[in-house]
Design a protein around this ligand. Sequence first.
Ligand SMILES: Cc1cc2nc3c(=O)[nH]c(=O)nc-3n(C[C@H](O)[C@H](O)[C@H](O)COP(=O)(O)O)c2cc1C
Length: 190
Amino acid sequence: MKVLVAYASKHGGTRGIATRIAESLGAAGVDAQLIDMAQTELVAGFDAAVVGSAVYMGRWMKEATAFVRRNRSALGDRPLWLFSSGPVGPQPLPEAKDAAELRSLFTVVDHRTFDGVIDSGTLSLAERLIVRTVKAPNGDFRDWEEIDSWAGSIAQALNVPTTVERHHVDGYSTMRRCASASPAADGVTR
Ligand SMILES: Cc1cc2nc3c(=O)[nH]c(=O)nc-3n(C[C@H](O)[C@H](O)[C@H](O)COP(=O)(O)O)c2cc1C
């Protein structure tokens, strides 16, 4: 079972979340392949995907939406999980616009929004001004337990016996065929 973990990150916080997801999947016996969507053109040869982006001004990063567009048929044919990384304050924010759109375009198993991180030392002047205006707190709010638990739920959904798997991962009757396919090399075009 090969699972793509694709991320878009500007300042590294979302990369950290994606890395943790890939590690957790690996610990659960899943062959997880971590890729940066800003550096990757096309992907193939995977059985399921976890795709996540940092959220800026209510949107996913353009590298993420462009990647999903480029790989639309490959992603649409397999079980797909989404995550967004953003909120840093106590108040809940609306779902990132692009994630909501993707949920209407693809059959998404789950979309999870994780708290993010703001280190004002890494931000541009414009970003610091925005952060100050909206009074977003500085700090690392990533909840590693929540991230591990979510990755565990993905591994569980992918590892259950095929008949149950079809029940859990609704609508993916192609899954067995994908799982037994033998992709060339790592299937990634950079
Ligand atoms: C200028 C700026 C705008 C942001 N806008 C949003 C937003 O609209 N919604 C949100 O949930 N988080 C927002 N955030 C928080 C980021 O998504 C959070 O810091 C995230 O962890 C950044 O990920 P990255 O380090 O991978 O780039 C914003 C952060 C900055 C600096």
